[in-house]
Design a protein around this ligand. Structure first.
Ligand code: B16
Ligand code: MG
Length: 224
């Protein structure tokens, strides 16, 4: 793998930043408005799932079926609640060691891409001053098929001018790992091994990653 890896494709929520608590709060507020049941366990099922698909999971859990126009309105309202909370987001929400990992990979000459289902990903990256590290950003707005479809990672690789076998994906959601494997890429699962069986490696602490072994030691210029 050492010779081949030239690019890393990062998921956002749960990999670089803990936006899940803000998503959870926004869904919870919408559920309260509407008199629906919503809890932390249900929120766990929404990791890496697109906005409208997340709404479907919540509706199903509540035994509800709504027409497409009503779903769009509800999803828009949840998004307004989420966007409001971006003001509160700070470096305290960063995954520990994430910024250091990005710096270290760039220092090794590894190209970086962001591949997140979140249409708000560019704003989150700006807010946390992470945009500078990424040469390409692909979001839910750029794809037709959500993870576990490989589309988002294939687009990320293409945007970086990389072949699939040159890319390694960092993902926290089982559907994202399935997507990475379907794209023909190596995958580092971020979280607990039991949930991320399909991943090639699993890590909880980025400081434990054997970077020389995985990415080589080549040094090139990186932003300050
Ligand atoms: P938005 P990721 C995902 O981010 C979140 O995990 C998921 O909870 C959210 O519903 C999805 O983005 C869409 O986000 O409503 O902002 O477009 O894990 O793919 O980085
Ligand atoms: Mg994620």
């Amino acid at each position: 793998m050492q010779q081949q890896v030239r690019a890393a494709l990062f998921d956002l929520d749960g990999v670089l930043v803990f936006t899940d608590r803000y998503h959870c709060r926004a869904w919870h507020r919408l559920a309260k408005d509407e008199g629906w049941t919503f809890d932390a366990q249900l929120n766990d099922r929404l990791r890496g799932v697109s906005r409208l698909a997340s709404l479907q999971v919540i509706l199903e859990h509540n035994g509800l079926t709504l027409d497409a126009a009503a779903c769009v309105q509800l999803a828009d309202r949840k998004n307004r609640y989420y966007v409001e909370s971006l003001q509160e987001m700070s470096t305290a929400d960063l995954y520990p060691g994430a910024r250091e990992l990005l710096r270290s990979l760039r220092w090794r000459g590894i190209k970086l891409g962001l591949c997140s289902a979140s249409r708000n990903a560019p704003e989150v990256l700006e807010r946390l001053e992470l945009s500078q590290w990424f040469s390409a950003t692909i979001t839910g707005a750029d794809i037709v098929r959500s993870k576990p479809d490989p589309e988002i990672f294939l687009k990320g690789a293409a945007a970086l001018g990389m072949a699939r076998h040159n890319c390694v994906v960092f993902e926290d959601a089982p559907a994202g790992i399935t997507a990475a494997k379907a794209a023909g890429m190596k995958c580092i699962g971020v979280g607990t091994a039991a949930l991320l069986e399909e991943a090639d490696w699993v890590v909880t602490n980025y400081a434990d990653l054997p970077l020389d072994e995985l990415f080589g030691v080549e040094r090139q210029s990186a932003p300050a």
